[in-house]
Design a protein around this ligand. Structure first.
Ligand SMILES: Nc1ncnc2c1ncn2[C@@H]1O[C@H](COP(=O)(O)OP(=O)(O)O)[C@@H](O)[C@H]1O
Ligand SMILES: [Mg+2]
Length: 208
């Protein structure tokens, strides 16, 4: 599958989810390519911080030609994850057109939920050309047992995209792992962050 992590808002978890979903797919033995489509190159930074053997390949491609190049680039891989850019540009459009599934991370804050209308519009535009395009929200940085955490699902229900049942909680291990170029499963294979990532990955696989 080709999954694009898209949201023009920065800091919502595109890179965090991209590397951990890629790692989770690679963990089950599949060949995975992570395309860093963000000019800031955070996924490339993640790979550079890593001191142990790579789990999957990472390439930087911050150009609006991803949808044209993905066929040749992805030939030897079972799955491709695209870490999207933090703006609505031709680059974001290209990343969406390259994907068969767009995953939109959103934090449980009203600002994030309102801001999602831009990326939803982009996805709807892309569907004019590609009606097979799947898309869903995934709630990231959920804070356990808060009202806002519970209400976010309801707020997102106003959009045309579904929301994954699996959610990702705010956990310091995501930042700790990122600093060392690791996936959360490498630090805590049986921990709750790993279980949440595995649940998101399993749900994505159902969309195929
Ligand atoms: N679930 C989470 N728990 C804790 N920190 C998180 C979580 N998701 C993301 N972060 C942190 O938030 C910051 C922004 O995340 P990032 O993945 O870089 O967002 P984006 O790629 O959308 O800009 C990073 O410092 C990252 O470590
Ligand atoms: Mg990023």
């Amino acid at each position: 599958m080709i999954v694009g992590l898209l949201n023009q808002k920065g800091g919502v978890g595109k890179t965090t989810l991209a590397v951990n979903i890629a790692a989770s797919l690679a963990r089950s033995g599949d060949r995975v390519l992570l395309i860093d489509a963000d000019p800031q190159g955070s996924s490339l930074d993640w790979a550079a911080a890593r001191e142990v053997e790579p789990l999957f390949s990472v390439v930087g491609l911050p150009r609006a030609t991803i949808h044209k190049e993905i066929g040749a680039l992805g030939r030897d891989y079972d799955h491709i994850i695209i870490d999207g850019p933090p703006r609505v540009t031709d680059l974001a459009r290209s990343a969406i057109m390259a994907a068969d599934m767009v995953l939109v991370p959103v934090q449980p804050s009203p600002y994030d939920i309102w801001a999602a209308d831009e990326v939803v519009k982009l996805i709807e535009e892309a569907r004019v050309y590609k009606d097979s395009l799947a898309a869903a929200f995934v709630v990231n940085r959920k804070i356990a047992n808060t009202a806002i955490g519970r209400d976010v699902g309801e707020a997102l229900a106003g959009y045309s995209l579904p929301t994954l049942a699996a959610t990702i909680t705010q956990r310091v291990i995501f930042a700790e792992a990122a600093a060392r170029g690791l996936a959360v499963h490498e630090l805590e294979p049986n921990g709750p962050a790993t279980a949440e990532i595995e649940a998101v990955t399993a749900e994505l696989k159902e969309y195929r």
